[in-house]
Structures are given as structure tokens and as C-alpha cells.
Design a binder for this molecule. Structure first.
Ligand code: ADE
Length: 259
């Protein structure tokens, strides 16, 4: 069983790649389609790590390569999201129960959000991966966060008693930073917790190949007009720590269970 782990931005995956290279002297790297795939053991689990880059096309292409070239049997996506649900705040974690493409609209030929000729709008995440990501995120927030992100950094980004959510994540080829857009999305998708730019594309490809997927996102902004302001700093100082910490908990748990 090999797990594929992908992210959209360097800071979300670089610490994991460094950890794999440190832990597994036999880890390999293969360049395919302008991306580097790192294959080896990470916290006791066979994994392939890759930077997918931003957007649905990038995520879909990378997912196909993970499945076809590396034979991964499960996929986890880790990264950032904009909080849309009323109580989803910066520093919270959202684990997807399901995901859909909020910008997919082939009306009047097909219902809004439905992937044409596939008969699906939203794609359920794998229940076991979701539960394991939920557990890992919960432990990261309650036991590791204080050490992983210094108090002054948490204070600067107003990360205060962050919470964990599970539910709908929507993806689109659009960085959302307008309250009007958020209001419209909330009206259209009342259960929506967060927006990002890749998850539902990974989910669609995983559905087509029968590969289970899980999706975990750290909330970097509220998708409003300040969304872009602290994005690079948040990515470097907070999100990278969340990604590494949550995935470490998740992989260590799996290694323990498979012993
Ligand atoms: N990823 C992080 N924040 C986002 C936003 N506001 N819109 C889309 N993707 C995001």
C-alpha cells in the first residue's frame, strides 16, 4: 500500500520531502511532466510526495501520474483554504467529508456543479482516511500546535483556540477574495465550509480510478478582501507547520496500526 501525498505550494510539502530524505536513504526522485516525485518511506509508511502546483488542471495531472506511474493506492491532499462557513476561522483545520467544483457549470445541458457525463457533483472522501485525518488534526491542534507555531506568530495571525471542522470543501480555478463572492457561494452552497483550488479535481480523478482520497486544509484567510495580504507569511510560518505536523501524526498512527 503506497500513499500519494500532494500539495499545491512549496511550503506545504517541503518539510515532508526533507523528512523523507532524512529518514530513508534509499528514497528516489523522478521527474515527470515538470514535477518531481519523491518515493520512499516517511514515518514508517511507503509514500510518494509531490508538489502539484496550483489549480485543478495541475492537481488532476499530478493525481493521474501518482496512480498510473507510481501505483499509489490512496491519496491525501494537504494545503490551505479560505474559510467560508460562518464559524470557520484563520488557523482552523477543515477535513473534507466531500468536495465539489464550485466553478463547474454546464447548464442548461447538465445541473450546476455536476461533472458532465459522470453524473456526480460532489465526491465523498474516503471515510477511513477522513477519520484518520480528523484524528491526526485533532491531536495536532490539542497537543502539538503550541510547540509547532510560536505564541507570537499565533498572536500575529490571530490564531486563537483553533477548531476542527469536517464537511464540504469546494474547489475552483479562482482565488476568492471578495465578500460578495463569498455571500453568493454561501447562498448557493449552504453547507460549504471552505474554498480552495485543487481538492475536487483530485477527488474526481480518484473516483474515476477507484482510488480512495482524503483532503485536509488549514484555513489561511476568510476569502474576503484581505485574503491575499498575509498569505505568503502565513504559508511560511503557520501552514507549513500544520501540514508537517498533521501528516506526521497521520502517518505515525498508520505505521502503529500496521505493526
Ligand atoms: N486557498 C487559500 N485561500 C484561498 C482562497 N481565498 N480562495 C481560493 N483558494 C484559497
Amino acid at each position: 500500500m503506497t500513499l500519494g501525498i500532494l500539495a499545491a505550494m512549496h511550503d506545504e510539502v517541503d518539510d515532508l520531502i526533507a523528512a523523507m530524505r532524512h529518514q530513508d536513504a534509499r528514497a528516489t526522485v523522478r521527474r515527470i511532466g515538470m514535477r518531481d516525485y519523491y518515493a520512499g518511506e516517511l514515518y514508517g509508511q511507503p509514500c510518494v510526495l509531490v508538489l502539484a502546483r496550483i489549480g485543478k488542471v495541475a492537481a488532476a495531472a499530478t493525481t493521474v501520474t501518482l496512480i498510473r506511474e507510481f501505483g499509489v493506492t490512496e491519496i491525501v491532499f494537504t494545503g490551505l483554504a479560505g474559510g467560508v462557513g460562518a464559524d470557520v476561522r484563520v488557523g482552523d483545520v477543515v477535513v473534507a467529508g466531500s468536495s465539489l467544483q464550485h466553478d463547474l457549470d454546464a447548464r442548461p445541458l447538465f445541473p450546476r456543479h455536476e461533472v458532465p457525463l459522470l453524473g456526480h457533483a460532489d465526491f465523498a472522501a474516503d471515510p477511513e482516511l477522513t477519520e484518520a485525518l480528523h484524528r491526526a488534526s485533532d491531536r495536532f491542534l490539542s497537543q502539538d500546535l503550541e510547540r509547532a507555531v510560536p505564541a507570537q506568530v499565533r498572536h500575529r495571525f490571530a490564531v486563537d483556540a483553533p477548531r476542527l471542522h469536517q464537511g464540504l470543501i469546494a474547489s475552483g480555478d479562482q482565488f476568492i477574495n471578495a465578500p460578495m463572492t463569498v455571500a453568493e457561494l454561501r447562498e448557493r452552497l449552504p453547507q460549504l465550509l471552505a474554498v480552495e483550488m485543487e481538492g475536487a479535481a483530485v477527488a474526481q480523478v480518484c473516483h474515476e480510478y477507484g482510488v480512495p482520497y482524503g483532503l485536509v486544509r488549514t484555513v489561511s484567510d476568510r476569502a474576503d478582501d484581505t485574503a491575499h495580504v498575509d498569505f505568503p507569511a502565513f504559508l511560511a510560518e503557520v501552514a507549513s507547520r500544520y501540514s508537517e505536523g498533521i501528516l506526521r501524526r497521520f502517518l505515525e498512527d498508520r505505521a502503529r496500526q500496521s505493526r
